[in-house]
Design a protein around this ligand. Sequence first.
Ligand code: ADP
Ligand code: ASP
Ligand code: MG
Length: 468
Amino acid sequence: MRILKFGGTSVGNAEAFAQVADIIARARTEDPQTVVVTSAMSGVTNALIAAAQAAARGDEKVYQDVRSELLVKHQVVAGQLITDGVTRAALGRLFEERLATFERLCQSIAILGELTPRGLDVVSGLGERLAAPLLAAVLRSRDIPAEAVDASEIIVTDNNFGSANPLMDKTRERTRARLLPLIEGGVVPVVTGFIGATEDGVATTLGRGGSDYSAAIIGACLDADRVEIWTDVDGVLTADPRIVPNARTLPQLSYAEAAELAYFGAKVLHPKTILPAIEKDIPIYVLNTFNPDHPGTRIVRETDPDNNVVKAISAIRGLTLITVEGRGMIGVPGIAARTFQAVASVGANVLMISQSSSEQSICFVIPEADAPKVINALKEAMAQELEKRHIDSIHGLNDIVIVAVVGSAMKGTPGIAAKVFGALGEAGINVIAIAQGSSEANISLVVAQGNCDEAVRRIHAAFELDKG
Ligand code: ADP
Ligand code: ASP
Ligand code: MG
């Protein structure tokens, strides 16, 4: 059994839908048990979120415009690919109904003047709920039996809105009960990516870019033989091709390497995608919808040996480096523990910790959006130390990025860090901090946002990653 996930650009317009239908038809000839997971059409999730945010500010025009734009966008695809008038009319009614719900939701948001994470999840998940019925109808119009399935029926999550976590036992039970009869009957389920629901049926989302994760969750629940992530590039590349135009496709990656790259900003995979696959040892393939014969990238537990110690470079933007420092910190027990307790108490995610051996400072990196509340929490927790001057200052440096150099074989290979720093030194790029004792598959360094692209390019060139 295969799970095929299609991202936003893969269902971006009628041509792309047709291409996706061809890929699904071909997959079924190779393995009749095929499950499809789809994202919203490209740009739709952003438009839905922007409309909800505008509504919360009292701007009602945006959601009215988005409603009509989205209706047209989906109807155009249906108009071009579905010849049967009755089917097209039924689809049109479904789009109108869902978009009327969207408008009502935005009206309530405007009245309340507030957008809660819970409300946002209902709105932002609507794009997938438009795309899945459309794709299922396109498949049926090509004589491929298909049925749209709303993932809120099968993916049961906690109520961590905006980044919900699946409850795997319940999800497995429901996924199998709902999908196996379809699959056994030769029908292709077309499941909405990105969304789920709590046990009580409240809508949730798995986080931006979460359809990859949906596919892996469903793959694990169905004990699939492979999960295919169909996107708009030839697999996982040695760097983001928008930054490094001569980046090269990596034929294979280990789960650990892929997880590091995804965690540190390689948008091609949602960071949590690897987790369900690791548990069941399911290979993940990253493939190009617009170049379907390219072999892409195979992600597995153990890769075949190759010569590349450094595999790829990724970068994550929009971060703040927090520093807690003071000469009086030396020897005061528990400062590090209390620092991270304070960070955890406001729910912020620490991406990297950089310790200095002198014990005079603790530095760590968090998303910029969390910085004000983290600094406040730290100042409160350390009020006494600040007063006694054990700690001199707690401050944040904004506009920084983490550049991650990834490769499992780096462990035990001398000279990698020296080469990275040499390449940056030559370019006059200042390294603000480095991560010590992070994962064995990764060296991460902090640089100013303005240096990000150049740093990635310089490291890519130093290791000749374009040559393979
Ligand atoms: P989809 O809509 O199919 O989920 P995304 O836009 O989420 O696609 O992810 C694919 C994009 O990820 C690529 O177009 C590319 O710009 C970006 N990307 C960033 N880093 C990498 C990388 N290392 N390899 C491939 N793509 C990358
Ligand atoms: N449509 C969602 C997003 O834009 C999920 C996805 O594309 O994977 O974040
Ligand atoms: Mg994506």
